[in-house]
Design a protein around this ligand. Structure first.
Ligand code: FES
Length: 169
């Protein structure tokens, strides 16, 4: 019980991962299920810290290096926590030709981070993305689930301010 209190929220989240692994196990062998488990773990935690990778390796009786290898191979997986708001600037062709690179630079400048990084206050993470399938709205920026179309350089500070204020509209 004392141990449970000590690790608090982390333990709750690890036990959620364990419940998922247990369910898979009940359906059959865990062989070949590593990626599905990592997906679930990232969905729960938002990222895959080393201790969680080790925990999954133990549960699957795999060497930790094997789990680390898979996590670092797929760009979808992240080993660092993401911000509250994840800004994805589409860099597909249709967006690129109308200045997506400049939009990305403006976000970098205003947030003081580079693409792939998170602000120190963990409010924003910034990424460049391939086509998100809304080329008619180019240039496109997706923040969490919300799409912003026909974004101009002038829009960047307004968008950041909206999210800073917490309404995300
Ligand atoms: S290229 Fe950006 S949405 Fe298609």
């Amino acid at each position: 019980m004392a141990e449970k209190n000590k690790c608090g929220q982390d333990c709750v989240q690890l036990s959620e991962i364990d419940v998922f692994i247990d369910k898979l196990e009940q359906q059959g062998s865990l062989e070949g299920k590593l990626i599905a488990i990592l997906h679930k773990a990232q969905e729960i935690l938002g990222y895959l810290p080393e201790e969680v990778q080790s925990h999954i390796a133990r549960r699957l009786s795999l060497p930790p290096a094997k789990v680390y290898g898979v996590v670092s191979f797929y760009s979808y997986f992240s080993m660092i926590p993401k911000g509250k708001y994840v800004i994805n600037v589409c860099m597909g062709t249709a967006c690129f030709v109308v200045g997506a690179d400049k939009i990305l630079e403006e976000f970098e400048k205003q947030l003081g981070i580079k693409a792939g990084q998170t602000t120190p206050d963990r409010q924003f993470s910034l990424y460049a993305l391939r086509c998100v399938g809304a080329c008619g709205l180019a240039p496109v920026v997706v923040i969490n689930e919300k799409m912003h179309g026909k974004v101009t350089l002038k829009d960047v500070s307004r968008i950041i301010d909206e999210y800073k204020e917490g309404d995300g509209r």
